[in-house]
Design a protein around this ligand. Sequence first.
Ligand code: SAH
Ligand code: SF4
Length: 382
Amino acid sequence: MTEATGKINLLGLTQAEMEQFFDSIGEKRFRAGQIMKWIHHFGIDDFDAMSNVSKVLREKLKTCAEIRAPEVVSEDISTDGTRKWVVRVASGSCVETVYIPQGSRGTLCVSSQAGCALDCSFCSTGKQGFNSDLSAAEVIGQVWIANKSFGSVPAKIDRAITNVVMMGMGEPLLNFDNVVAAMKIMMDDLGYGISKRKVTLSTSGVVPMIDKLGEVIDVSLALSLHAPNDALRNQLVPINKKYPLEMLLAACKRYISGLGEKRVLTIEYTLLKDVNDKPEHAEEMIALLKEVPCKINLIPFNPFPHSGYERPSNNAIRRFQDLLHKAGHSVTVRTTRGEDIDAACGQLVGQVMDRTRRSERYIAVRQLSDEANTQRSADQKT
Ligand code: SAH
Ligand code: SF4
């Protein structure tokens, strides 16, 4: 909560934490609601603009607290209305936030970490390695920045952001406390008032944390499945070696049934040409998901340089979708949005200062493959 300035950053405090903060400085708890509304409903980060707070309290707050969102490095708007912000976090790395308008819906895709340690083979964030967890203020700060940029304050009246998905950079369950705090603020009426069904956490499958999540919050859950068997999933999503499919699906079922109402798991499946897009994969998936209340979202692979993967043809995508559909599943294919501003899933490339040195290895592999290609084309010419 406390960052370089030594002041407490009120942006990332949940209602309970804000009340504790006011207690700790000898002020009444109801101040928590007043200040949260200024911050989240009105997008205010200057205590002097808080007209229902006395001058004495404002001066006191200035000495021990601040409201500090991450720095916006750039904002791009795509021809299809998608927006992308690059923001710099305290570690010095940059992460991305993407807004996708769709009819009356507006979905904000939020990052949870700078880089990612999990190294899924088809994900450009994974290729950058890991740098840092985002603080709660840096996670909710992305919502604050986006909301403010629409001028749609108070947030609850003219709502541009109707849904939030934790599907930006990073594995949200590996930054558990900060992500949970930020999601509480998203759902709080004093925050952004978004319903629990419309806040979705996406995970590649950190099993113990799925159970822990169920103990503290009731947001929607999305599972990045990507393969219908352990052998293939071990290659694509390496954390599967630690938490294999049987264990993972059991944890997801526990989470969904713990919500105690008619809610379903979202299954995300990135389609990779000739890797996981064949009819036999669809058949295996149907068997695997037989007992899992879910809807399926197919994501055609979004290419990035030297990934080694390709997007399947439209025919292959349709064939895969049809097979699942015929088995009774609700299946959507995610359309790629914001391609002209590199805002599509898996294309988010911040400027991460890699602590895992994975990006160095990746660059070395890229250089080798470039050299091999150059050699090959030279050979072809001779
Ligand atoms: N770490 C979390 C959330 C972020 S990734 C997770 O893995 O679930 C959001 C989604 O985009 C995941 O399903 C991820 O597997 C998918 N994705 C990653 N790279 C992709 C790419 N190049 N093309 C399409 N989808 C990709
Ligand atoms: Fe990390 Fe998710 Fe990318 Fe895997 S897909 S490397 S878990 S961000």
